[in-house]
Design a protein around this ligand. Structure first.
Ligand code: URA
Length: 432
């Protein structure tokens, strides 16, 4: 392993046998975390070729069980986000698309770095389990057209371990590591087609549109090598999506969005990604037709009903969904106020994401415990006018000491200007 670390540190390409040795050794515990961390850092500094990325994806995909969904009728379409702040899209999109008739077999992840994860959000619903056998997963999809599971020990165990290690070693934001992580899971889960939401901006792992495009191309190329259609949608993650950041807070906003009362940006993104999924699933001939179908499913309440089906099928408490105020909420709150008047010209999603982690909504170490009720409700976002002393956001935490850490980040997140800023688009580019 030392030789392989040095080889990558010097910028050389590794072959299939060498990647297999690293991944097998890591899973079996023969290669310790510190050596894998060092290797990951060398990858971040020197990169991997697309050939190496495809090899790593294939080894990771086969590091555990793979799921064969062929007994489920229809084109199975999956979706994945590269990670953002306030990104509760899956909670809305999965039932929305399932209600339209596309079978949704979704394996989701936990929070990573400053970004949240669907599984942590779903676990804030009392009783809900994301762990299920392969048979139960398939049975739920057959019955309800939808199932969302976490990454159990048997599915892509290599990614599960690597993801947790990358999260706490500063080795997340590398195009090859992100591509192999996402694509190995999507491929192991047996989807026929995949929509990837590639986030770009302050709060995303990709900071420039060029990097986002490179990530898109890398994932599309891995998909085509495996005969899977991949559509990549590059979307802005400069400010958080919607008004909530933090697990239970986001579940409540997702329910409101499914009921047609969600924030504009979140609704727009769900319609965009959802319509791409309907096109890939051959349930819509065009994106415009897909958007009309999805709007109708929200207006008729069918999308919300499908979300309830999902929650009940996975053991969740329906009362909590029907009365979201019963979702966990941290004991203490703090109203963060502006010290000047003007227009909000920037709301840095990275600062908000890190502030939310400090409040207890994310993990700072591999073993950190998540406070499902912690997080931030934004009261004002980019373009809004504010008065001096007006509340910009409410912070929630189970420890008042955390407010001090989060307040400094809130201060750097909000930028105030005299002029009203021009609003920038959310959907930036689609690549197929
Ligand atoms: N999402 C993933 O599943 N993996 C990554 O590496 C980043 C985002």
């Amino acid at each position: 392993m030392v030789d392989l670390i040095i080889k990558k540190r010097r910028g050389f390409e590794l072959n299939k046998e060498e990647y297999a040795l690293i991944i097998d050794g890591f899973i079996s515990g023969k290669i310790p975390d510190y050596q894998v961390s060092s290797f990951l850092m060398a990858v971040c500094l020197n990169g991997m070729t697309s050939e190496e990325t495809a090899i790593l994806t294939d080894i990771m995909m086969h590091s555990g069980e793979t799921i064969d969904l062929s007994e489920i009728e229809g084109i199975k379409v999956d979706k994945h986000s590269t990670g953002g702040v306030g990104d509760k899209t899956t909670l809305i999109l999965a039932p929305l698309v399932a209600a339209a008739g596309v079978p949704v077999a979704k394996m989701s992840g936990r929070g990573l770095g400053h970004t949240g994860g669907t599984i942590d959000k779903m676990e804030s619903i009392k009783g809900l389990s994301v762990e299920m056998t392969r048979a139960a997963f398939i049975e739920n999809i057959k019955k309800h057209n939808i199932a969302v599971c976490g990454q159990n020990a048997n599915l892509v165990p290599a990614d599960k371990k690597l993801y947790a290690l990358r999260d706490v070693t500063g080795t997340v934001d590398n195009i090859s590591l992100i591509s192999s992580s996402i694509m190995s899971k999507k491929l192991a889960c047996g989807a026929d087609a995949i929509v990837i939401d590639i986030k770009v901006g302050h709060g995303a792992f990709m900071k420039t549109i060029e990097d986002a495009e490179a990530l898109a191309e890398m994932m599309i190329s891995i998909g085509s090598k495996m005969d899977k259609k991949v559509t990549a949608v590059i979307t802005s993650m400069n400010e958080p999506l919607g008004y909530t950041v933090g697990n239970a807070l986001e579940v409540k906003e997702a329910i409101e969005t499914l009921q047609g009362n969600g924030p504009n940006d979140l609704t727009e993104l769900c319609l965009e990604l959802g319509s791409q999924m309907l096109v890939l699933g051959e349930l819509a001939k065009s994106q415009d037709q897909g958007i009309e179908i999805l709007k109708e499913l929200i207006a008729s309440g069918k999308a919300y009903e499908k979300f309830k089906d999902l929650v009940v099928a996975q053991g969740g408490n329906l009362g909590v969904i029907e009365h979201p105020d019963l979702l966990p909420r941290s004991q203490y709150s703090y109203a963060y106020r502006s010290n000047t008047e003007g227009y909000i010209s920037d709301l840095n999603a990275l600062d908000i994401g890190v502030a939310s982690v400090k409040l207890g909504a994310g993990r700072e170490t591999k073993t950190s415990h998540i406070d499902h009720g912690a997080g931030i409700i934004l009261k004002k976002k980019i373009g809004d006018h504010i008065e001096k002393d007006e509340v910009l956001a409410i912070l929630y935490s189970n420890s008042e000491a955390n407010f001090e850490k989060a307040k400094a980040l809130m201060g750097s997140a909000y930028k105030i200007s005299e002029e009203k800023p021009a609003l920038k688009p959310l959907i930036l580019k689609t690549i197929q």
